[in-house]
Design a protein around this ligand. Sequence first.
Ligand SMILES: Cc1ncc(COP(=O)(O)O)c(C=O)c1O
Length: 415
Amino acid sequence: MDIERIRSRFPGLDGGTILLENAGGSQVPQSVADAIRDHLLHDYCQLGAGYPASDRATATVELAHRFMNRYVNGEGIGHVVLGSSCTSLMHVLAGSVGRTLRAGDEIVVCEQGHEANIGCWTDLERLGAVIHWWKVDPETGMLDPEDLREILSDRTRIVAFPHASNLLGEIVDVPAITRMVHDAGGRVVVDGVAYAPHRAIDVRSWDVDFYAWSTYKVYGPHMGALFGRSEAFEDLRGPNHFFIADDDLPYKYELGGASHEGCAGLCALGGYLGELAGSPVDSADECGTDIVQRAFERMKELEEPVQVRLMDRLAGHSAIRIVGPASSDVDRRVATVSFIHSERSPVEIVASAHASGVGIRHGHMYAHRLCTAMGIDPDPGVVRISAVHYNTISEIDHLMDALDPLLSGRSAGIS
Ligand SMILES: Cc1ncc(COP(=O)(O)O)c(C=O)c1O
């Protein structure tokens, strides 16, 4: 599918603003919006009551879970829990670890992370957990696996870290870190939110225990999803009511259930991925892991030249410091790019982008601890530009043509 057809699937791209703030949230295809509307208008009933509309709603919610599990290549090895956001699911997970905490259990949190995968774990200190910090290099923000090795022990219960930082855009070697943690006897909780919009998730080959992402950043409705391996869930006690069995998965972890209309939207995503992969499907049940993986390969192909153009244009400004890798290598980073400028404030730069009709943002992006570790004032933080597969080189050029005078200092006489 070419870029024009892809863009025509996303009505939100026609709203008059160029959207380069996709790390905050993506647009949805028309088909996802239609499925949500149809569900609300025709099947909006409680589950499991046994009348036709209730049966249809039940089938939709079950299909969404099945599809999301297949989507991450988790069929047969685990379950996907759906919730309102990644943050809320991480809190559910940490609470479930807390309910089974043993004296001296150690938890490793990562300075590079979004707060969603930090605060819920450090909270367990009050229950007796020993917290260790996997710190970043203050210059680059990068993680060194050898630093992790030094803090792992036979008491390590959980290592919580991001697959990609939502500020740096750098891809972390999840399989290698997972192997290291497993060798020490611990389990990994990977925050895949910043990675998932760009590449396919493969929980099976990476061997991860828990992996979370936000569906609203991956062309779907405003929900979060958490994959967990069956044996990893067995260590825990989920929070749902006492009369719901511990092995009633994923329901034991879905307080109040998942958004039904959101589930309808998630199912419709299968159709879009099928189109992208060149393998049209009539139902999410026909959208296998291979189709999802091919769809994301296509996204990577589309994203690469956009990412390269953005990095090239930013590299033309000596006053800019890229916060994260300066590389445009798609195996090293995703198209989420942050920077600061030696003379211009993030507020000013973002205001100038907005005035030219481009949506970007500045801030710490809830990677507050990372900013602090790198000596960046969390407020105003960094300028972040984030593209996904539906963005184009001409959108990058429009933004950079507008920002060039400011970034080069020409408009203010900065030499
Ligand atoms: C890397 C990362 N992790 C976690 C989150 C939190 O996700 P949610 O909004 O679904 O709670 C975000 C949100 O921006 C994020 O970028």
